[in-house]
Design a protein around this ligand. Structure first.
Ligand code: 6GU
Length: 262
């Protein structure tokens, strides 16, 4: 996969040289191209922002430099076209599902903004020719989109074939479609079996795969009830067995008749 990022702070992306994503780049699975937006300005001050039409606080990023920068990136491969991702707190939520969708693309272009965002005509211009998504990583406001790009590239990059050591690691991620769909993962343990008086749950040492799977599912349900109760109410009742239903009732989330599978 090729990833291009246009930003006034390309140095913000140094973490992409480290760890899993750094290794993926060394192995040629991921190709990252960073671009300085100011390289496409023409004034001595390398200006990228101006006051907003209609008034109001803050500054807006000028369309000119963005247009030239995006055109410059598109020219790298005129036979192809990237999926464009515009990070903004006003965007559609970034989810594991969207990460999986992006991981299947050959080319992504991220356009993280500072100030109050990019002049909307830039998204209109490229939206008419390319797939342009405005995407948010959560309900809080960052000072700029750069950290959001780091988050998204890490979530996407770890899904690329050959990036994770264990091919199954991404399969039972929380939020990944599959057997534990929309349940949080429960606690994990490693050696030693006793640490500072805390013991590893006996079932995990039992070697009994059926009991271990059941225990893990119970813990996933408990943790989801505690930390993300709204995920439990959205569970598909058809996927809940008798044991699930009894535990959910104990936890105060009875599976009501009207939600039951027909
Ligand atoms: Cl993508 N950008 C900014 N600036 N703030 C955010 C965000 C993005 N997602 C959540 N908050």
């Amino acid at each position: 996969m090729r990833v291009d990022v246009i930003s006034i702070f390309p140095e913000y992306f140094a973490p992409l040289e480290v760890s899993l994503i750094g290794k993926a780049r060394e192995r040629g699975i991921l190709e990252v191209h960073l671009h300085q937006l100011r390289d496409w300005t023409h004034d001595v001050h390398r200006t990228v922002d101006d006051t907003p039409y209609g008034g109001g606080p803050g500054m807006v990023m000028k369309p000119g430099p963005w247009g030239e920068a995006v055109d410059g990136v598109l020219a790298a491969d005129p036979a192809s076209a990237p999926r464009v991702i515009v990070p903004t707190p006003s965007g559609t939520p970034f989810t594991q599902k969207l990460a999986m969708e992006y991981a299947a693309e050959p080319w992504l272009l991220f356009t993280p903004a500072r100030y109050e965002g990019i002049d909307s005509r830039v998204m209109a211009e490229y939206g008419a020719r390319l797939r342009v998504d405005e995407v948010s990583i959560g309900d809080y406001v960052l000072a700029g989109g750069e950290v959001a790009v780091l988050v998204m590239v890490e979530a996407i990059g770890r899904l690329l074939p050959g990036v994770l050591g264990n091919a199954c690691s991404a399969v039972d991620d929380s939020f990944a479609p599959g057997s534990m769909e929309n349940l949080l993962e429960g606690p994990v343990y490693t050696k030693p079996p006793e640490w500072r008086g805390h013991e590893v749950p006996e079932v995990l040492l039992s070697g009994h795969h059926g009991r271990i799977a059941r225990w893990r599912r119970d813990e996933a349900l408990r943790r989801t009830a505690k930390n993300r109760p709204e995920l439990l109410t959205a569970l598909d009742p058809a996927r809940l067995d008798k044991h699930d239903r009894r535990l959910l009732e104990e936890l105060g989330f009875p599976v009501s008749g009207e939600n039951m599978a027909h």
